[in-house]
Design a protein around this ligand. Structure first.
Ligand code: BTN
Length: 256
């Protein structure tokens, strides 16, 4: 289905596309290809994943051909710090794609989920490989729920597909191409100045901005008003003492 991508309207992203009907995870295959020397911008796509991976060791529901499951091999010229921000940048590329193709005003859930109508439509998993001093490559995995499907019990109230929103089956190839165009378009600017030219745009699309939220980490949690993110991608939370806290990582949810 996604195997008939021919020439994309991009300069470097997707010059090599590896297509598979079934993989355990496009991430795993992308790591193997990267280790074997695959070029910067190589894309790995599978129609179905038998062991799709999500963030924080979770699984990603993708054992069907109802979504876009792809991984990008990026050979960065930047450091680990920027690598953690590229996920936020990628979520913007997804929202732009959805707006351009379907007029959908999607939201970003910090750090890297894309939400429509309060439910998750897409997720990003960025994995890095390198030694202590030098980042060798990044694998950016993107999962987009495109077609209507029956979700498992545990995510059925939290997940949404594009088809449920637009009421027709979207063209996956068109989405992939636009996504790669959008990602490539701002990449140089991301390389030269990180999130500086993107964080305001990100803030405009931010889910639960201005609301009371809780940020949970393994050993701590903080409650307060969600002010947005700064140019380093950190969360800004105003607590009950009117102190502004900067948070680097965690899981956020609304306080209700
Ligand atoms: C998340 O929201 O937890 C991240 C989900 C990332 C899913 C994508 S699908 C393509 C790529 N291959 C995987 O196994 N995971 C990512």
């Amino acid at each position: 289905m996604t195997n008939n991508i021919e020439k994309l309207n991009t300069k470097w992203l997707g010059n090599t596309i590896k297509y598979y009907q079934v993989l355990d995870s496009t991430q795993t295959t992308a790591h193997a290809l990267a280790k074997a020397g695959a070029e910067h911008g190589t894309i790995v796509i599978a129609d179905t994943q038998t062991m799709g991976r999500g963030r924080l060791g979770r699984s990603w529901h993708s054992a069907n051909d109802k979504g876009i499951w792809l991984s990008m091999i990026i050979r960065p010229t930047f450091t680990y710090t920027e690598a953690s921000l590229i996920t936020l940048y990628t979520s913007l590329a997804i929202t732009k794609t959805l707006y351009k193709l379907f007029n959908i005003e999607a939201k970003v859930k910090w750090p890297n989920d894309v939400y429509i109508n309060g439910k998750k439509c897409a997720g990003i998993l960025t994995e890095v490989h390198g030694d202590r001093n030098k980042l060798d490559y990044l694998i950016i995995g993107i999962g987009i729920n495109s077609d209507k499907t029956i979700y498992p019990e545990e995510i059925k109230d939290k997940a949404i597909s594009l088809e449920q929103v637009i009421q027709y089956q979207p063209n996956k190839l068109e989405i992939i191409e636009e996504l790669l165009i959008q990602f490539e378009e701002g990449y140089d600017s991301f390389i030269s100045s990180g999130l500086a030219s993107f964080y305001q745009e990100y803030n405009k699309l931010l889910l639960w901005k201005g609301e009371e939220i809780i940020v949970e980490n393994i050993n701590s949690s903080i409650k307060g008003t969600f002010l947005g993110i700064d140019s380093n991608g950190h969360l800004l939370i105003k607590d009950e003492n009117e102190q502004i806290n900067k948070i680097i990582s965690g899981d956020i949810s609304p306080l209700k």
